[in-house]
Ligand binder design. Structure first.
Ligand code: NIG
Ligand code: FE
Length: 408
């Protein structure tokens, strides 16, 4: 047993609602707190001195100076497995070309497919390990990683195997998702729906057999797949035992409706969602995942996070870290900026980065600090939890623990 502390404040993020708006007075703040852990799990959270007296035999990992303790962040949407970069696209975008115009002219996702196909599985795994290490130092202890820059059997499997390789001995839990349905590949002879059939027949059975991913994603958009084809694909994927999620309502609507209809775990993006989509998501169990990093990378407005919360949705915030629309990858900075623009409370922002994001991945063993949860934690060098968002991402955790093991 190890007692970690004392912390100036511990925010366990327990007793808070799964859905809807949350006022800051719902945040429980434990002054001079400590966390008792055993075998990577949390045994107790409370007053440090009391825990020390009650557990005289526990080892103590003493924390010096003022720190605020939070659960580790869960980044429930990334495309971290890629090679190369799209700085040329970015330069065109800041000079005024749109994401879709650049894609049509040969840049965009297809460019990253070309660059990623040229890398070996080992090279991809090494690149991914570096990005995981950076994220985990910044307090992200669970990271979802999508494929989607392979777009054929061999290349999608290569990406997913690289994700598996990088996740071994990694200091964060990696949740892989098969996004072979990212866009219809340019070198596939056949329609988008024939490509989806090909995925169902040749890619997903192998992904399942090799246990490379238990989740399937699809991009529903004018430039990618339509709602009808996507619905058939996701229903079939579910029948094969996959959990499903959708890139929805990024530029045009339609995707979030499919997400609710097929019972997807989450609908992600939502920049284009209107009152109709907001209402439908709020009435469902599907988590609304907003991706402020993509808005910042594309220079477009944020998803209507405030409206989603007020309507009663479960709102998570993820980085979307990818080489095209969201190259920055700083989750806390993105969430802080989103909260300033969308008027989210600290409680809503922290909830969106932790237990609500865990819900998007169907994980109920993390995202809050409570007995039985995995001891994924991060300590910020400050006296008051409000300083964390106030610094808009520049205040980084001084210590991070993954399953009670120090990451930094
Ligand atoms: O979530 N919108 C589709 N997919 C990614 C972008 C990937 C890329 O541009 O490479 C996204 O923004
Ligand atoms: Fe994405």
């Amino acid at each position: 047993m190890t007692l970690i502390g004392p912390f100036t404040q511990v925010l366990p993020l327990t007793g808070m609602p799964l859905k809807g708006a949350v006022a800051d007075d719902a945040l429980q703040v434990i002054p001079n707190g400590g966390v008792l852990t055993e075998s990577g799990l949390i045994l107790a959270v409370g007053d440090f001195e009391k825990l020390r007296k009650d557990q005289p035999k526990s080892q103590i990992q003493e924390v010096q100076g003022d720190h605020v303790l939070l659960p580790g962040f869960v980044d429930c949407h990334t495309h971290l497995c890629f090679a190369g970069n799209r700085s040329k696209d970015y330069a065109l975008r800041i000079a005024g070309k749109s994401y879709l115009e650049i894609a049509r002219a040969g840049g965009g996702i297809w460019d990253s497919v070309t660059q990623t196909r040229q890398a070996s599985e080992t090279q991809l795994a090494e690149l991914l390990k570096e990005r995981i290490a950076r994220h985990s130092k910044e307090g992200v202890t669970t990271i979802e990683v999508k494929s989607g820059y392979g777009l054929n059997v061999e290349q999608e499997l290569k990406q997913l195997r690289a994700i598996k390789k990088a996740s071994e001995n990694s200091k964060a839990d990696i949740i892989a998702t098969c996004l072979a349905a990212h866009i219809p590949p340019r070198d596939f002879s056949g329609s988008a729906s024939v490509y989806l059939e090909y995925l169902l027949n040749y890619v997903l059975p192998k992904v399942s057999k090799e246990k490379l991913a238990s989740r399937v994603d699809i991009f529903i958009e004018v430039s990618a797949f339509n709602s009808t084809d996507a619905t058939d694909y996701l229903r079939a994927a579910k029948q094969m035992g996959f959990e499903v999620t959708i890139h929805a309502d990024q530029f045009t609507t339609g995707g979030s409706e499919v997400a609710v209809n097929v019972g997807a775990l989450s609908a992600d993006h939502l920049e284009a969602s209107t009152e109709k989509e907001i209402k439908k998501l709020a009435a469902s169990e599907t988590v609304a995942v907003v991706l402020p990093g993509a808005s910042l990378g594309l220079g477009i407005g944020f998803a209507p996070a405030r409206k989603l919360l007020d309507a009663g949705a479960c709102l998570a915030i993820a980085s979307d870290w990818n080489p095209g629309s969201a190259p920055m990858g700083d989750l806390l900075m993105q969430a802080s900026v989103l909260s300033a623009f969308e008027k989210l409370t600290t409680a809503e922002t922290f909830a969106g980065l932790t237990y609500r994001a865990a819900k998007a991945l169907n994980l109920n063993d993390r995202g809050s600090l409570e007995n039985g949860s995995i001891a994924d934690m991060q300590a910020y060098p400050c006296k008051d939890y409000r300083e964390i968002l106030y610094h808009q991402g520049k205040l980084k955790p001084a210590q991070v623990w993954k399953a009670s093991e120090p990451v930094i």
